[in-house]
Ligand binder design. Structure first.
Ligand code: GRF
Length: 199
């Protein structure tokens, strides 16, 4: 299966997928990496791995709608079977999602539906939960609201602050994402209402 990965940051989740895809048995290959940020470390990782990458920066477009069209076209070019959001920090439009219906998945560093949005780790810490984690879900028109495919639990330690907790979550998140994307790519995904099941 052909994967396109969207990332805005350092790309440690992307790095994990690039390592996994070296194995033919994984059943999926990252064929393209797209970022909204020209300086994203994820773009460097892609280049180092010999994977085509492209930056689609809002600064290069007249308005949000034009940017949305731009990123849709940039992703379409790669003919993805699955679009994986791995630390992508922008909301994709219904038009984008309609181009890849049911084929866009996201990883979020909290146990959805708890703590959606851009500060899930900080919000979980502030709330005082003893257990948080990460979620791989289908992207729908909401923010972090689509059907859940897989989750992993990560304990919160009493002396945790945001970056330590986020790093602990990312260890679990990287392996959950690699495992889940591989299984979905090899076995497919069935979604019935809010219930998503692999196979
Ligand atoms: C991940 O925890 C992702 O869930 C969140 O931002 C982080 C990105 O990390 N949205 P990286 O860029 O993959 O290292």
């Amino acid at each position: 299966a052909r994967l396109v990965v969207l990332a805005s940051g350092g790309g440690s989740n992307l790095a994990a997928l690039l390592a996994a895809h070296e194995d033919e048995a994984y059943g999926a290959r990252v064929v393209g990496v797209v970022s909204d940020r020209p300086d994203a470390g994820a773009l460097d990782l892609a280049r180092d791995a010999g994977v085509t990458s492209v930056a689609v920066s809002p600064a290069d477009f007249a308005d949000r709608a034009a940017w949305d069209q731009g990123i849709t076209e940039a992703v379409e070019v790669f003919r993805p079977d699955w679009v994986v959001l791995a630390g992508f920090m922008r909301i994709l439009s219904p038009d984008f999602l309609a181009r890849f219906p049911g084929r866009v998945v996201n990883t979020h560093p909290a146990l959805l539906p708890a703590f959606p949005g851009a500060h899930g780790v900080r919000d979980a810490l502030a709330y005082g939960v003893k257990m948080t984690g990460c979620t791989v879900h289908v992207v729908d028109d909401g923010v972090d609201t689509g059907p859940i495919i897989a989750q992993a639990a990560v304990p919160v330690l009493d002396d945790d602050e945001e970056s330590a907790l986020h790093e602990r979550i990312k260890v679990a998140e990287r392996s959950l994402l690699v495992e889940t994307v591989g299984r979905v790519a090899r076995e497919g995904l069935r979604v019935e209402g809010r219930r998503a099941a692999i196979g």
